[in-house]
Design a protein around this ligand. Sequence first.
Ligand SMILES: [Zn+2]
Length: 482
Amino acid sequence: MNFRRALITGIALFALLAAVVSAASPRKWALVPGATPEQIKDLIRTRDVRGYYHEDALLIIDENVNEFADLASQFPEARILADVEPSRKVYILEKDLLESDCPGTVRAWGSRIHNALNRYNAEILHSDSNRFIAMLPAMPEVGPSLFRDALLRDISLGTEILTVPEYPLESLLQRNQAALRELAATFGTEGQEVDAARFRLLDQVNEDDLRYYLEYLTGEASDSPFTTRNAYSTQAHDAARWIADQYTSMGFTTTLETFRDDMSPNVVAVLPGRRYPDKFVVLGAHYDSRAIDVNSPTTDAPGANDDGSGTSALLHIADLIRINKVSFDYTVIFTTFSAEEQGLVGSRAYAKAAKERGDDIVYMFQSDMLAFNQEGENFQTAFPSRYTDSDLVELASRVVQKYVPEVDVCLTDACCSDHQAFHELGYLSTQIFERCGPIADNQYHRPGDLVNRPGFSLEGLKYNTRSLMSLLLVFAQGMIVN
Ligand SMILES: [Zn+2]
């Protein structure tokens, strides 16, 4: 094969990708040779980055360099190319077939590209045996055609260079937002039979079962050993094992996930989904508790409302799922976190690991403080007004209004629980809370946060447990078998 023919073949096989970077701030580009298109798509979706790919040359664009911190462990050849200014263009030039056809000429071809790029003040980000990646300053006349001319001026070749389109792939968050919109559009059209089955199930939520779990957790039951569940206490480890045992006895796959040596573990119970086993709906609560001194492992901290109430709601719902043989389209994960009180430590560890694994958590619902009822007020189910997804809150409000007519549904400014850990990482998440206004529980974070005291309402907890269960049935697509 002569030099000219090799060039014609090579030129015809060029892949020229011109990606105009449109956002305002610099972005990181990463090259991940050797990744398959499927792996590339997964990377882009799970990391919530904007991505473009061409064959095995992957480019990921994102403003957050931390997204790439562990890329190299999965793909040893991966590397960050550069900050790309929005006013610049990045081109990829493939040359692998030239290499195989006529190795002797490739070096010369490579130096021509180098020369041409230098004339245009281009910065060569990367070159290897298969490709050049170069960034050009923004000049109106430097478009693909001029770039081609520059490269080929000395070659006098009329062949068109193939222009490969860019492929933006939707991110995990975008996909889940689309799923949410679709669910919102169809909610309310389930039909009478489905509704009746849901109401029958929700009717089974009862105060006695909730009281059983609660009084064991707080130490008010005569056979309970607990005086605190502070994450630093040894008793919290015992509480975690007790909670895990409950889930295991209900048929869930249960694990204790240690995230810090000096703190008790998260309890994670999984029920695999029927249609989408790799998509997760997470129900959360935190079993740890605190006294006024957040770090005291010995001070009494019964934590009935905060968050024995959410922990008991989850256990009761799990038990009703078992009894009624409810199955779900999505995999349901009951996560009972530790160290919420020290600043969402357990949930942040969980969410970070989930994100790194690429877990597709479609929705996350936290339940924290469900049982206090201020004298003279109606029962309430409140959703947070911040650190949450407002579209998710809107549909969740509709669901609770429909299935739990006993409660007023509203927003609250009360803040901060484990759903935030998920929200921070781009998962759709929210929380249910007992009250439309701020926290009114006068035993909040005190040794008096018991089940048997004024203001603690098992009836209110029952309704909020129904609210949470209705969300699970709708969002995880529960089906009642019997
Ligand atoms: Zn709490």
